[in-house]
Design a protein around this ligand. Sequence first.
Ligand code: 4FV
Length: 247
Amino acid sequence: MHFDVVSLFPEMVSGAAGYGVTGKAIEKGLVGLSVWNPRDYAHDRHKTVDDRPYGGGPGMVMKYQPLLDAVNDAKRSQQPDGAKVVYLSPQGRLITQALLQDASTSPRLILIAGRYEGIDERFIEHACDDEWSLGDYVISGGELAALIVIDAISRLIPGVLGDEESAKQDSHADGLLDCPHYTRPERSELGNVPEVLLGGNHAAIRRWRMKQALGRTWVRRPDLLEKRELSAEQDALLKEFRNEVVK
Ligand code: 4FV
């Protein structure tokens, strides 16, 4: 998987992506990252990348020409072709694990990180295949959104996570919240680790973890349960959890 990010702050992107799991993935060549600064494609003396909004109003809007030239250069820069161009903005489709799971099958993503009030709509219409949103709130730039997409998709690339299992067990990977996690010390003034996790009975541990994941999802995100079919075993585990809660 290769990521290209078009951003006025390329160092912010390449810097942050160089840490942790994504950093190792890039080192190992499992993930590629190129950054493109639209300012390098602004040909006037002041290297102008933004201008006042038509129709008036606060703030500035990013001009389409530097963005377009940056994207075209990115596309020319390397194979595989067939890159999907995605603009990160509050107007986009909500980013979910399912959306990222689907996107992780593309060979290449070109992510557009906007700044200011936004970018000229003609660039979105002409050059973008999709628009994605982190959520219904506003941040100052698309870079953090691009980094979140790169991190979340990189985890789905075989070989990136030490244990393939991890990605599968990630929260939301199966549409449920994650179960609680514990590590040493076994006993503490903050409480003790649940006995079932100490017994080595893997079937019982698996059931306990599923029950906790179902219960937490029911308590904290019932909307997720509405979207999800439960197996007979999961139904029974959730009933058990609910009975224990109401008691
Ligand atoms: C955003 C979001 C977001 C809007 C104007 C950057 C800002 C500024 N991006 N999901 N929510 N973007 O708030 O992706 O240009």
